[in-house]
Design a protein around this ligand. Structure first.
Ligand code: MV4
Length: 679
């Protein structure tokens, strides 16, 4: 076994590899870009080498610098993770030329699988089933049309050099073939510089089923069963599970054996995935092979009780596979959800900014990779993440926050654990897909395993419900959090002078709280107005013209148990500037609280600049450069998370310079204007 390896990657996969290396007593060298100096993967490795600027082409794609870093630190092998250089044959060969072990397949295997049409010809020779179609070299339009007519419509035109769904055209009728062919070739040429196409029978409701294979350098090759990755959006996987629902044992064996034949045909060594496209009736066809460890490998680890990174290290060190085929049984069911910093309501636009708070689900038996578990029972919940609260999600890399992986004795238990874990996964500071994932796993289609690659598109109505009013429970939790934050937790509850219950010498105390959100903004009142009347042991909330008795039962670190209208309610409240993030009933409610008193000066820095409270857009500039203003006067209004935030003068003074214009996008903490307080 190696004594030191270099991890040529970042984020969760770099952390994941480091965890196994540590368990095996192998030292790790991290590499990082200037944007990642404080990143988690740098912190968890034993040593770290700076590669260069943030852009991947200047850092994580600099094979020369990575090889130099491995030589300089005495690492014997390089783990490429996924993405970046993981499927780059030249890099794999450059490692070998430098006397380093590339932890992955030989460059020749990558090349053989790199071209779609060449790979299909190879697979045909190896007896791996292919979608009925034409994948020859001849590209004469008349010949291609004749092939399409022979295959039968609908057919699918695919760019041979393509991938990820680019350069594909469905042709429904023979009359449309030539126009579609010309358009497909144009796109293939402009996207890949190669206009070769292949023609296939078009499967109308396909499932994406892939087989994990593993080969060692001694000639052994096994399959670790299948993963169903049918739930995708624009060719990005969203949910992955193992085993595939409804897979009969004989078909599993047939697919596994086909995948092993595919790997053997290209002289494969290491971890690989053979992707199949399957009809609803189970017939399956080879699509492509991924010559690396994949993002979704944890679901395979959970059901087989293996650590695939350990296998990778052992195989790369020349050892035999740790298990033979007959020792690889399936135990239970695992599901992975990819938690992304993105906004599903805005076309899944990546959300850039600071991860201000991250509460991960309870009962996480294992973090940071590995299979975990107690007494041979796999962990119920696993989180693989490369970020911590306080870290930035930058525009330079993939905005994945974490992989949430659950295991259950059966699919129903795994599903229930996934829904629960998503409810307990709280993120503040960025938009995320957590609520979308929860609707997805709780929806009928996924629950009934009615799977195909069109599942998300077909269910947009239930997956994107219109925003409704914030429930009273969320408003009550926000109110209780605000009121209890006004008194330290150590306050003596029996002391009327430090208590929070609004004790007054005579009469009761009443205050009004106003919360805004996206829905309230569309109503007449614009806010949810709540009148809170203080009593010795609680409050009465007046909302919707009705009184609601409210009491605080317990609080700890942002978690609250309250009683509202006689019902027990639990929730978590996290404050981020003027936004109150209330997590309750499995939902995340963002409420804007415009505190009339504390507002002025909230975002002032020591050197007299006023800064953006969060990333967002400037929607109004009220103050002008050179203008004298009074304390509390609004200066700039920003919009973030669909809410407006007013930046007000912290004191009487002079606006020296306004640094942004209406419409500008502003980063979190960026100075908005230079301000000089009056003497
Ligand atoms: C197909 C297909 C239907 N019929 N081939 C999309 C990406 C590329 N690697 C293969 N893809 C497809 N090939 C035939 N003959 C449908 C898809 C497809 C798809 C495949 C797997 C996972 C998600 C997908 C989403 C849309 C289309």
């Amino acid at each position: 076994m190696f004594t030191k390896i270099l991890i040529a990657n970042r984020g969760e996969i770099a952390c994941r590899v480091a965890t196994t290396a540590r368990r095996l007593g192998v030292k790790t060298v991290a590499v990082y870009s200037e944007a990642d100096a404080g990143a988690r993967h740098v912190a968890v490795c034993d040593e770290a080498i700076l590669l260069g600027p943030a852009a991947a082409k200047d850092s994580y794609l600099r094979g020369d610098k990575i090889i130099a870093a491995a030589k300089a630190t005495g690492a014997q092998a390089i783990h490429p993770g996924y993405g970046f250089l993981s499927e780059n044959a030249e890099f794999a060969e450059a490692c070998a030329a430098a006397g380093l072990v590339f932890i992955g397949p030989p460059g020749s295997s990558m090349r053989a699988m790199g071209s779609k049409s060449a790979a299909k010809q190879l697979m045909e020779g190896a007896g791996v089933p292919l979608v009925p179609g034409y994948h020859g070299d001849a590209q004469d339009p008349e010949l291609l049309q004749a092939e399409a007519n022979r295959i039968g419509y609908p057919v699918l035109l695919k760019a041979s050099a393509g991938g990820g769904g680019k350069g594909m055209r469905v042709v429904e009728r023979s009359e449309d073939f030539q126009a579609a062919l010309a358009s497909c070739k144009r796109e293939a040429m402009s996207s890949f510089g190669d206009d070769k196409v292949l023609v296939e029978k078009y499967l109308t409701r396909p499932r994406h089923i892939e087989i994990q294979v593993f080969a060692d350098s001694l000639g052994n090759c096994v399959y670790l069963h299948e993963r169903d990755c049918s739930v995708q959006r624009r060719h990005q996987k969203v949910l992955e599970e193992a085993p595939a629902p409804g897979m009969p044992p004989d078909r599993r064996a047939a697919m596994g054996e086909a995948a092993v034949a595919a790997a053997r045909a290209v002289g494969y060594v290491g971890a690989g995935t053979v992707e199949f496209i399957a009809n609803q009736d189970g017939t399956f066809y080879f699509m492509e092979m991924n010559t690396r460890l994949q993002v979704e490998h944890p679901v395979t680890e959970m059901i087989t009780g293996t650590d695939l990174v350990e296998w990778q290290l052992r195989v790369a060190a020349g050892q035999p596979l740790p298990k033979q085929q007959h020792e690889l049984a399936i135990h239970g069911h695992a599901i992975e959800a990819r938690v992304y910093a993105e906004n599903p309501e805005k076309g899944f636009l990546p959300s850039i900014g600071t991860l201000r708070c991250m509460d991960t689900p309870s009962h996480v038996a294992f973090e940071l990779g590995g299979i975990g578990g107690i007494g041979g029972i796999p962990a119920g919940v696993r989180i693989d993440s490369g970020v911590r609260a306080g870290d930035a999600i930058s525009p330079f890399y993939d905005p994945m926050i974490a992989k949430l992986i659950v295991w259950g004795a059966d699919r129903a238990q795994a599903l229930a654990r996934m829904a629960q874990a998503l409810s307990e996964f709280h993120i503040v500071g960025l938009a995320t897909n957590i609520a979308f994932l929860k609707r997805l796993v709780e929806g009928d289609a996924f629950a009934h395993a009615d799977l195909d690659t069109g599942l998300i598109e077909r269910n947009t109505a239930t997956l994107f419900p219109p925003a409704g009013p914030a429930p009273l429970a969320a408003l009550a939790l926000a109110a209780v959090a605000l009121v209890s934050a006004e008194t330290p937790a150590s306050a003596n509850p029996a002391d009327p002078w430090t208590g929070t219950h609004g004790w007054r010498m005579n009469g009761t105390y009443r205050r009004r709280l106003a919360f805004g959100d996206e829905y309230a903004a569309t109503t007449q009142a614009k806010v949810y107005a709540i009148d809170m009347t203080y009593h010795p042991h609680g409050w009465t909330l007046d909302a919707d013209g009705k009184p609601h008795p409210l009491a605080l039962v317990a609080r700890h670190d942002g978690h609250y148990a309250i009683r509202l209208d006689g019902q027990a309610i639990q929730g978590t409240v996290r404050r981020d500037g003027e936004a109150l993030h209330v997590f309750t009933g499995g939902l995340h409610h963002v409420l804007a609280w415009n505190d009339p008193l504390a507002h002025a000066g909230e975002h002032e820095t020591a050197d007299g600049r006023l800064t953006a409270p969060m990333p967002g857009k400037v929607v109004a500039v009220i103050a002008a450069s050179g203008q004298h203003v009074r304390k509390g006067e609004p200066l700039v209004i920003m919009e973030a998370m669909k809410m407006e935030h007013t930046i007000a003068a912290p004191s009487d003074g002079l606006v020296e310079e306004v640094l942004y214009q209406v419409g500008d996008q502003v980063a979190d903490g960026a100075p908005l204007l230079a301000f000089k307080a009056a003497a």
